[in-house]
Design a protein around this ligand. Structure first.
Ligand SMILES: CC(C)(COP(=O)(O)OP(=O)(O)OC[C@H]1O[C@@H](n2cnc3c(N)ncnc32)[C@H](O)[C@@H]1OP(=O)(O)O)[C@@H](O)C(=O)NCCC(=O)NCCS
Length: 173
């Protein structure tokens, strides 16, 4: 069973210890520790950030984080989503030893369902960046309805998904 849990004094060390393979480090361009620190700083600045530990049958296998923010970057100016609120997926990783077992897909689905309850406020979109060479991530996100915007920053594509306010995520079972 996959569960998303808060990170606390009990589990922080296990989550920080999770790593991707060396040839995947470029895909995330951060560490779990740094992302956790980013979450604290964003929250202090009034931008809700939610870091979550991914558990599979009580074993910590991954880490993800989303923030609630406005899509107001200048490069979005001509886009329909410009100025709209979004749940932005900042970080998503499954530890090297636990990949390819279906955990990433299940955890992602759970996170999307949670976002559709609008935990930090109303939003029209979910959004994320992925490295254009990261075909596993691209296929995973596309299977949940994320659409490439064509906006590329630092070799990363911005993809967005219109959130389903009825709370029913359309995606793979
Ligand atoms: C991308 C990532 C989160 C996916 O999680 P995962 O648990 O390994 O993936 P799952 O086992 O749930 O598989 C999801 C899909 O990806 C496919 N997949 C998983 N690993 C793959 C691999 N190495 N090569 C090709 N396809 C792969 C699976 O077959 C599955 O496809 P399906 O839905 O058509 O069956 C994880 O591999 C990871 O953390 N990678 C390194 C960091 C990263 O790239 N993060 C994303 C940054 S945007």
């Amino acid at each position: 069973m996959i569960e998303l849990r808060k990170i606390n004094g009990e589990n922080i060390d296990e989550i920080v210890a999770l790593e991707v393979a060396e040839d995947q480090e470029d895909f995330i361009q951060t560490t779990n520790l740094r992302s956790f620190a980013d979450a604290h700083m964003l929250n202090a600045d009034g931008i809700p950030a939610t870091p979550l530990a991914i558990y599979a049958d009580e074993i910590p296998v991954g880490f993800m984080m989303y923030i609630y923010d406005t899509m107001d970057h200048e490069s979005f100016e001509n886009e329909v989503f410009y100025g709209k609120k979004s749940y932005f997926i900042w970080h998503m990783m499954i530890g090297n030893n636990f990949q390819g077992k279906g955990y990433g897909k299940l955890a992602f689905k759970k996170m999307l369902r949670h976002m559709e309850t609008m935990p930090d406020g109303e939003a029209d979109y979910a959004s994320l960046f992925y490295q254009t060479s990261n075909t596993t991530a691209r296929n995973l996100y596309a299977s949940f309805g994320f659409v490439d915007t064509g906006i590329i920053q630092d070799q990363s594509m911005l993809a967005v998904k219109k959130l389903d306010v009825t709370g029913k995520t359309h995606g793979p079972k």
